[in-house]
Design a protein around this ligand. Structure first.
Ligand code: C2E
Ligand code: MG
Ligand code: MG
Length: 503
């Protein structure tokens, strides 16, 4: 298979580089002739080796006329997009199975931004080598541009073989890539598409399908392979449509904020509220954030939505004295270097006290781009704003992670609380997380508490705050006031809340 794709041997006689190599060789030989026979021989060998290496190197870059090849990527030394279409047309046969993989590096832009283009280029070269080596002659690799690579393979079982290659590529990228004494962390999202050879797919269509599948991998959390399916195509259309609708929703003021209280584990008094966005469409349908936030994150619209949330929540919370306001922040927002400044402007504009604001971030924010995230968090903390780690227990955040990034608060995810009720391992993890958080002087909150048993469990385990439907559901700003401790209707409110929560 690899032979079919091998670069044609190309003549480079006549190119200026080859002449230069010859001239250098001749000089070395002449110089050596004035020394001794051994030296002369050695110099001749060195000159010949240098020349052959030059020819081998240049033959990949130049066409038979000595012009730079237009189907070759100079940085990675891989064939390019043009070559992929050419190879497809040259080698595909009716009735022959074929498979294509599109590999997109995750976080490559961040590597370029933080370490500079030199490291970025080196990373591309290393990834290109790794991908070619992993193909091991079974498929041909290409660099399509930027941080995108492709693999093309023809023949029986090519779909299975290409998928195997892609899985190996992902596991290789689980380890950091060493570049100039740095450990660069980069991942990959891979889309796969196949053709039976009788479906008459063109190379452009196969590439488009792998692209759709690659985006599905990104949306599903990156570092995975996804096969194209018709369903993905329909899904993509729906996503594009929703993105358009979200843009209109922002202009037409269709978002509303709800607030869910957090209570003190002992007194059950409200000590904080968490702002949770809702989208009320013109037809009255209410859409939850878990549906539209991932789409807004993908398109970048989350930056504008996030600022709207922050401004609205700070404005609403100005009237609730003495309690903290928690605002959820997406990974994309924390990666945005302008975010801390924009947040500073909103605090100034609304007059909301920074020390009463708490940002809820998830570990994804920190894992994907720890350098910018840490830098942004430093500025944010400089304002006096607290940072809490949301959804702890759902991903890979470990206890070591808590030591690395100091948070003011740890929020145990509902799944950990639910599992801890029945599963020894989850209970042990919950207890040890609380112990570490305490030792690091972090507060601990448990979220999603629905039953009295769960509340007792997390209270005994040492949580300071509890959030969940047992106490309060999320509600519009206008309803919060009546439940606040400073309110005279306090007792009535607590009773009312428990009735509401239990309902
Ligand atoms: P989260 O920050 O972990 O919020 C907790 C979610 O659990 C909320 O869902 C809340 O309504 C729900 N919940 C609270 N108590 C209980 C309970 O006792 N039982 C159960 N089953 N669920 C409970 P919601 O409002 O649908 O939000 C989902 C996620 O969307 C949030 O998870 C957060 O990650 C994200 N989100 C919400 N608002 C925003 C926002 O303004 N910006 C960003 N970036 N993300 C947001
Ligand atoms: Mg949250
Ligand atoms: Mg949460």
């Amino acid at each position: 298979m690899s032979k079919a794709f091998a670069a044609k041997p190309l003549s480079v006689w006549g190119t200026p580089f080859a002449l230069l190599a010859l001239a250098l060789g001749a000089t070395a030989i002449t110089y050596a002739a004035t020394q001794s026979a051994y030296w002369m021989l050695a110099a001749a060998i060195i000159a010949a080796a240098a020349y052959l290496a030059g020819v081998a190197h240049l033959s990949r870059r130049l066409d038979p006329n000595g012009e730079l090849r237009s189907d070759f990527d100079g940085l990675s030394e891989l064939p390019n997009r043009r070559a992929l279409h050419r190879d497809f047309n040259a080698f595909h046969k009716d009735g022959q199975e074929m498979a294509m993989a599109l590999i997109d590096l995750d976080s490559f832009k961040q590597v370029n931004d933080h370490y500079g283009h030199f490291v970025g280029d080196e990373l591309i070269r290393k990834c290109a080598d790794m991908i070619s080596e992993t193909c091991n002659g079974e498929g041909q690799s290409y660099r399509l541009g930027g941080d995108e690579f492709a693999i093309l393979m023809f023949g029986p079982a090519s779909a299975t073989i290409v998928e195997g290659i892609c899985r190996k590529i992902i596991s290789q990228l689980e380890k950091p890539v060493a570049i100039n004494n740095r450990e660069v962390v980069v991942g990959a999202s891979i889309g796969l598409a196949r053709s039976t050879g009788v479906d008459d797919l063109s190379s452009s269509e196969l590439l488009r399908r792998s692209d759709v599948a690659m985006y599905a991998s990104k949306r599903a959390g990156k570092m995975r392979c996804t096969w194209f399916s018709e369903g993905l195509d329909r899904n993509r259309e729906a996503v594009l449509e929703m993105d358009e609708e979200l843009r209109r929703a922002l202009i037409n003021d269709e978002f509303v904020m709800h607030y869910q209280p957090l209570v003190d584990a002992e007194t059950r008094e409200i000590v904080a509220v968490e702002s949770l966005i809702r989208w009320v469409r013109p037809d009255g349908e209410q859409i939850g954030p878990h549906i539209f936030i991932p789409i807004a994150e993908e398109s970048g619209l989350i930056n504008a939505i996030g600022l709207w949330v922050l401004r609205q929540a700070c404005t609403d919370a100005l009237q609730w004295d003495g309690i903290m306001l928690s605002v959820n922040i997406s990974a994309a927002q924390l990666r945005n270097p302008e975010f801390p400044i924009q947040m500073g402007h909103i605090l100034e504009e609304t007059g909301f006290p920074a020390e009463q604001l708490e940002l809820e971030i998830t570990e994804t924010c920190l894992v994907l781009d720890p350098i910018v995230a840490e830098r942004n968090l430093e500025v944010i903390r400089g304002f006096g704003v607290n940072v809490s780690l949301d959804d702890f227990g759902t991903g890979y955040a470990s206890i070591g992670f808590l030591r690395q990034f100091r948070f003011e608060k740890l929020k145990l995810d509902r799944s950990l609380v639910v599992d801890a009720e029945t599963d020894e391992g989850s209970r042990a993890m919950m207890l040890s997380s609380i112990t570490v958080a305490r030792a690091l002087k972090m507060g601990v909150a448990a979220e999603g508490v629905e039953t009295q048993e769960q509340a007792d469990l997390v209270r005994t385990a040492g949580c300071d705050q509890i959030q969940g439907w047992l106490y309060y559901k999320a509600m519009p700003a206008s309803e919060i006031f009546q439940f606040l401790p400073s309110n005279e209707k306090d007792d009535l409110a607590v009773n009312l809340a428990e009735t509401r929560g239990a309902a």
